[in-house]
Design a protein. Structure first.
Length: 385
């Protein structure tokens, strides 16, 4: 079996260009050689809700024009890139292997990709949104999860095959009608996840704030066909599992909620081995110890503590706690660094780069899921033989 060889790269466009020219500039730069495009995630800050949809349509048109029947799944995340570019593209691609069938598919007007061989079936979806942006965050989330359920049923994929999920939530800590946006999303997610058993743990996930009115979800799912593919969740002893948080750190609306708020349903990381490479999807990680935020310590210490959490998570001994036999040569594929304020960029980049130099990275302006958190970092690691 050939190597799957996930590749993640970043492309930028000049700030002075109009949006359409910026997209075209990035498209012109793309050089995938013999690789097939899987996921395109664009990051840019729209002026308003109408502009966001107009810009998303430009992106879809330009990418489809370039790739035709091999168009990847597409997302547009309304966050400002913290670099000298108004638009950044994150590209996920893989080698074109003879033993892996790659299908670019559509169901109910939703585009997605299936990768399959005798050992595993993988499903990639991007840019899922509700049809009605005037709905509450909870209603939008519910509608998106209904779309996910329809695709998974169509593809005969169980809900608990989701291994990585990105949740982009408008103004994530904002309170509307007495309810916090992130908590509304968490309640909708908990209801949807309640349809499955999750014997291998919840997905790795990121929940991050955006500056538009639409909830957007991306995900990656893996369904093993035999024992050659294994999936494990990875815990971190420095941090309480998010799905075990106490009510003390959750948002509770005494007026509207008849029951306690639900916890964020994700694991600190997820490991997928035998596909044929081993991937570690590191969830959005912040300066939390136990379940408490390390507040009032500034951006430098929060960034350092966040990296310490990630470092502990991927220590050899912690990886071996999954009872899987890994050969521990790691290759970082990418890092995303989300910052609450643009002024944190230089210091955070200095600290991250010193720890993890030469890793494809992007720095973005986005509210973190707690008001007292200043930075959140996620990543993808390959464990090599």
């Amino acid at each position: 079996m050939g190597k799957f060889d996930l590749n993640i790269t970043y492309y930028t466009a000049e700030t002075e260009n109009c949006f359409e020219n910026s997209v075209q500039s990035i498209i012109n730069q793309l050089s995938l050689d013999d690789k097939l495009p899987l996921r395109f995630v664009f990051f840019g800050l729209s002026e308003n809700a109408q502009s966001y949809i107009e810009e998303l349509n430009i992106i879809k048109h330009k990418v489809t024009q370039r790739f035709g029947e091999q168009t990847p799944v597409i997302s547009y995340v309304c966050q400002k890139p913290l670099c000298n570019s108004a638009l950044v593209l994150e590209v996920h691609s893989c080698s074109n292997l003879s033993d892996i069938k790659i299908l670019y598919k559509s169901f109910n007007d939703i585009n997605y990709i299936v990768l399959e061989n005798d050992n595993v079936k993988k499903l990639s979806i991007g840019g899922l949104m509700s049809d009605d942006s005037q709905q509450s965050i909870g209603e939008q989330s519910k509608h998106i999860f209904e779309k996910i359920a329809s695709i998974f049923e169509h593809e005969n994929m169980p809900i608990d095959s989701i291994v990585r999920q990105w949740n982009y939530i408008p103004y994530i800590t904002k309170i509307t009608d007495g309810t916090q946006h992130y908590q509304e999303f968490n309640d909708a997610r908990s209801h949807f996840y309640g349809l499955a058993k999750w014997t291998n743990g919840y997905p790795s996930a990121t929940g991050i704030g955006t500056y538009t009115n639409r909830v957007v979800i991306d995900l990656f799912a893996v369904k093993p066909k035999n024992e050659s593919v294994e999936i494990h969740s990875l815990d971190n002893k420095l941090q309480t599992a998010a799905h075990n948080y106490s009510a003390d750190v959750l948002f509770y609306n005494n007026i509207k909620q008849n029951s306690a708020p639900t916890t964020p349903k994700f694991e600190r990381a997820k490991i997928i081995s035998g596909i044929p490479e081993t991937l570690v999807y590191i969830s959005g990680t912040a300066a939390i110890r136990g379940e408490e935020s390390l507040e009032n310590i500034g951006i430098s210490k929060q960034t350092t503590n966040t990296l310490e959490n990630i470092e502990f998570l991927i220590l050899n001994n912690n990886l071996l706690s999954t009872n899987a036999d890994y050969i521990k040569k790691m290759e970082w594929k990418s890092l995303r660094v989300y910052l609450k304020e643009a002024g944190y960029y230089e210091k955070a980049k200095e600290i991250v780069t010193e720890k993890y130099p030469n890793i494809p990275s992007v720095y973005l302006l986005g509210d973190i899921c707690r008001e007292n958190l200043l930075v959140e970092i996620e990543g993808v690691v390959t464990i090599m033989e």
